[in-house]
Design a protein around this ligand. Structure first.
Ligand SMILES: [Zn+2]
Length: 458
């Protein structure tokens, strides 16, 4: 039995290579994949139900249809520590938060992750990467909690097994009680891949290895995690070139920029993506381009921590993959991905000029760009025949958008429209702005209770 969805009348922004858009277009989905896209009403065959085909027609007039958005960097556990250290730069903010983070466990993280993933879904996200790197002794299967939360919300998860093994006594930033040993981190990384990674094209869960950052991880762990990840066929992720303080740390300790340092440890390549990429010199930008190293652009977090403005237009010009990210909820309390498109457009123009980063550049990094960063662009990131039906249907019929001559500018310049429908592999996750998969009130109450519990432990 084939389950068919027929969208008609939408403004369709396909984000295919040609940037095809249809002012009143159609998209037809059979089960989990797209089977037709084009201008005007759907072809006559699409509406024909039979013994083998059920047809659901979706009147999408007054709607903008885009690929589902891809979040390339998050720390979902931070949903439990929002609004803290509000006026700090990264290093001071981290030092303020580490003692609390060191008291998390599987149950608390699962509650926080379910809230964070719910907000992502409600803001158009169908695929989310999460960078988890705090694993206190005896805290249970934290990664398993995040995987379960994503399964309940119904969006795709690229979880990472992160790690920290460079405590303060060894010259790192985190306190010693917040770090693991190098061997424990590597062993747990292999277990996480074995347990949760699905390499199939329509995977709902994938795993990457993600030592946290140059100032919280030893060179040995970075080098060996890269070898391990490649031997297991999974991607590699870390923070890189986020702040001037990180740059100074690497110059002082290694006599190199963060990019030179990571490059020497095997950490540039088309299976690697870095969060932030703010402080890159011309040499680093060229290396990102020639190696295909990806970046997760997190404009709100970069602004909140006053980290700087990433050279996104230059990275794109160099041919480097770039995706959009919300970053952890403790440095971007909103946690919404849809609003980051506008944030990216506005922020990049401060550096690149009014014509240096367009609304469509913003939508592109939020969709196909992110899919490329996560290695899923063959199946996700654009509305094209054969791709998975991960779709966001935005309601642009309200007064906020009345008279707006370009529906795509709703996302890039106006306010984020309500999500009329969110589909992951053709399955509904959001309808008329409400999650259909989980009880939103229950999720909110559980996250608030978990926050109280965690803060009470400090
Ligand atoms: Zn981060």
């Amino acid at each position: 039995m084939t389950r068919r969805l027929v969208f008609e009348g939408a403004y369709v922004a396909t984000v295919d290579a040609a940037g095809s858009e249809f002012a009143a277009g159609h998209v037809v989905v059979d089960d989990s994949r797209i089977v037709a896209v084009g201008d005007g009403p759907a072809p006559e065959w699409a509406g024909r139900a039979s013994g083998d085909v059920t047809v659901e027609r979706i009147d999408a007039r007054g709607r903008l249809l885009t690929p589902g958005l891809v979040n390339t960097h998050h720390h979902l556990y931070q949903w439990l520590t929002r609004g803290i250290a509000q006026d700090s730069i990264l290093f001071d903010w981290l030092v303020a938060l580490y003692p609390t983070w060191a008291r998390i466990d599987e149950t608390l993280v699962e509650a926080g992750a379910e809230a964070g993933l719910s907000v992502l879904a409600k803001s158009g996200c169908t695929l989310a990467a999460d960078h988890h790197y705090v694993f206190p002794a005896g805290s249970g299967d934290i990664l398993g909690g995040i995987v379960r939360a994503a399964a309940r919300v119904g969006i795709r998860l690229h979880g990472t097994r992160g790690s920290m093994d460079l405590g303060r006594s060894a010259g790192g930033l985190p306190p010693d009680f917040a770090v693991e040993t190098t061997s424990a981190a590597l062993e747990a990384s292999a277990v996480a891949v074995e347990k949760y990674h699905d390499a199939s094209p329509d995977a709902m869960t994938q795993i990457a290895l993600a030592p946290c950052s140059p100032f919280s991880v030893t060179s040995d762990l970075l080098r060996e995690a890269a070898v391990l990840g490649r031997s297991l066929g999974v991607r590699l992720h870390t923070h890189g070139s986020e702040t001037v303080e990180e740059d100074a740390f690497c110059q002082e300790r290694f006599g190199k920029t963060p990019t030179q340092y990571l490059d020497d440890l095997g950490w540039l390549g088309d299976d690697v993506w870095m969060a932030h990429s703010v402080h890159l010199d011309e040499h680093a930008i060229a290396r990102f381009g020639s190696t295909g190293t990806g970046s997760a652009h997190c404009p709100s977090s970069n602004a909140r921590l006053a980290a700087g403005i990433a050279p996104i237009p230059q990275l794109l010009a160099a041919g480097a993959p770039v995706g959009l990210g919300v970053d952890g909820s403790a440095s971007n309390e909103s946690g919404q991905l849809g609003t980051e498109i506008r944030q990216a457009v506005l922020m990049n123009r401060l550096r690149a000029g009014a014509d240096g980063f367009s609304v469509r550049d913003g939508l592109r990094i939020a969709t196909i760009g992110g899919a490329r960063v996560l290695g899923r662009d063959a199946d996700l990131g654009s509305i094209e025949v054969g791709k998975l039906a991960d779709l966001a249907l935005w309601d642009v019929s309200g007064v906020e958008f009345a008279g707006l001559v370009d529906p795509v500018a709703a996302l890039g310049l106006a306010s984020m429209p309500p999500v009329a429908g969110l589909f992951v592999g053709g399955d509904r996750v959001v309808t008329d702005g409400r999650l259909t998969t989980v009880d939103e009130v229950g999720v909110a109450e559980a996250a608030a209770r978990a926050t109280t519990e965690l803060l009470g432990r400090v």
